[in-house]
Write a protein that binds this ligand. Structure first.
Ligand code: NAP
Length: 467
């Protein structure tokens, strides 16, 4: 047994030390999730929908407490934390309202040579206990984003959260209990990542969903593969933000600042590579640098905080090292970062990439408010630069030309393309990536379906009594 520590990144204060679960506690958690699933989980569709509506109310009721906990444990701004909790509640409500429709049998027409001549349909049945391995950067949203659709579908869930947000992890479990979900439907297990593999291997665990880094994704996918477990991976990204000559430059530059600084620059779908057509390169970059330099980091608990700290000192060091490597490889620091190591503060920075930038740092994930701007000679060149990354999560294109927007939608190899808007997750839209950003989808109807057994049901001619 080891300890997990929650530390405020801005003040350095040790908030709490948590003991990790013993082997016996892990066994009880798995057995509890399995037993609850066999006993009907959170109930039939109507009961699950009512549970999710009560979850939304519980989150709304405790909104401020939850938001302040997230700020303390990982340093996002209070405003961002409040918005995160609101989004969790709104998503619970969306799934509560849509559940009857999402869970409806899908009728399949007859085809020649069919063995059955009666009713034919696909029914979505739950799989069983699902393990969720989640990151710290949106400590509530990531966990609820995985849990709400999976529980709506009738599964039960165990959560292994990131080791620096154990307070949020335990609070999430409590929110489900406050909403009246039976114990065992959702349980948090405080655990080191080295013990995740044995949970995946347990025959009672029917699937695993991981949101996190590429390295963690590879490790979880290997174990899931070995044990033939359904797996969803939501991994990192280096999202392109493509600016074309017809774009509304003021709107694009203002949105670029938001996209690169939201969540203190620590979001998988933050735009990270700004690919700007040569005709508008200087005008866009000037406005972007002005906007970035106006965002000053400080105490995330202040009502007016625009940018909080990075999550810990190691993250500050890693980002500084990436900036230095980019500059050594020929990048121009148009806006250089200022760093306050003691408070983990990292001010926004803008690096201009050299032509034909080959150094890997130019397409790596920079997890903090550092933007890399690339110059594109044409739309085709811009699209090529967008795809010069091993990631493929989100993408955003800025143009007033419908044909150009269409080219970008079809041509960018990513799970999401937003036109004249920054990439965002929302209840109704499927969320996920391609390439090294992972596979599978969360949210929307596709997210609901991920941890279900799409059972084909077909009736023969004889019919059944009462059916
Ligand atoms: P991380 O280090 O990969 O951690 C994520 C989770 O995986 C944590 O619970 C962590 O536990 C666990 N973990 C780490 N290594 C593991 C392993 N080998 N086996 C099993 N579990 C393991 O990522 P992070 O630093 O928390 O989050 C940042 C990353 O997540 C970024 O790359 C970001 O882009 C990505 N992300 C992606 C999405 C998306 O939807 N695509 C959303 C948010 C974040 P410990 O904390 O105990 O190590």
């Amino acid at each position: 047994m080891t300890e997990l520590k929650s530390r405020n990144p801005y003040t350095g204060e040790l908030l709490e030390t948590y003991a990790t679960a013993t082997d016996a506690e892990i066994e009880r958690a798995i057995a509890g999730a399995d037993a609850r699933f066999r006993a009907g989980g959170a109930g039939v569709i109507d009961e699950r929908a009512r549970g999710l509506a009560r979850l939304a109310d519980a989150l709304d009721r405790n909104h401020e407490e939850l938001a302040r906990l997230a700020v303390a444990e990982m340093g996002k701004t209070l405003k961002a934390a409040r918005a995160e909790v609101e989004k969790c509640a709104a998503t619970a409500r969306w799934f509560a309202e849509r559940l009857p429709e999402l869970a409806r049998d899908e009728s399949v027409g007859a085809n020649s040579g069919a063995a059955s001549s009666g009713a034919r349909f696909v029914r979505r049945l739950p799989l069983g206990p699902v393990l969720a391995v989640m990151p710290w950067n949106f400590p509530f949203w990531q966990a609820f984003r995985a849990a709400i659709p999976a529980l709506a579908a009738g599964n039960t869930m165990l959560l292994k959260h990131a080791s620096n947000v154990s307070g949020c992890a335990l609070r999430i479990e409590r929110a489900f209990l406050e909403a009246g979900f039976p114990p065992g439907v959702f349980k948090t297990v405080l655990l080191e990542s080295s013990r995740v593999a044995r949970l995946i291997a347990d025959p009672r665990i029917r699937g695993v969903t991981l949101t996190g880094s590429e390295a963690a994704g590879r490790s979880v996918a290997e174990t899931a593969g070995r044990h033939l477990k359904k797996c969803v991976l939501e991994l990192g990204g280096s999202d392109p933000f493509l600016v074309l000559p017809s774009a509304d430059l003021a709107a694009a530059a203002a949105s670029a600042v938001t996209a690169r600084t939201l969540n203190n620059g620590q979001s998988c779908i933050a735009a990270k590579r700004f690919i700007v057509h040569a005709d508008v390169f200087e005008a866009f970059t000037r406005a972007f640098v002005d906007g970035m330099s106006a965002v000053r980091p400080g105490d995330p608990m202040r009502e007016d905080a625009a940018l909080g700290p990075l999550v810990h000192a190691e993250a500050v060091d890693a980002l500084q090292e990436q900036c230095a490597r980019a500059v050594r490889a020929g990048a121009e620091a148009r806006l250089a970062p200022e760093v306050d190591e003691a408070k983990c503060l990292f001010s926004p920075a803008v690096l201009i990439a050299p032509e034909n930038a080959a150094e890997p740092v130019f397409s790596e994930e920079l997890f903090g408010p550092v933007a890399v701007v690339h110059r594109a000679r044409s739309l085709e060149h811009g699209l090529r630069l967008c795809n010069e990354s091993r990631y493929g999560l989100g993408s955003s294109v800025w143009t007033k030309d419908a044909a150009e927007a269409g080219r970008a939608v079809d041509g960018i190899d990513a799970g999401m393309t937003f036109v004249n808007a920054i990439v965002a997750s929302e209840a109704a839209l499927p969320f996920g990536g391609v390439k090294d950003s992972g596979y599978g989808r969360e949210l929307g109807a596709l997210g609901f379906a991920e941890f279900t057994n799409a059972k084909a049901v077909a009736f023969g001619a004889a019919g059944v009594a009462g059916g």
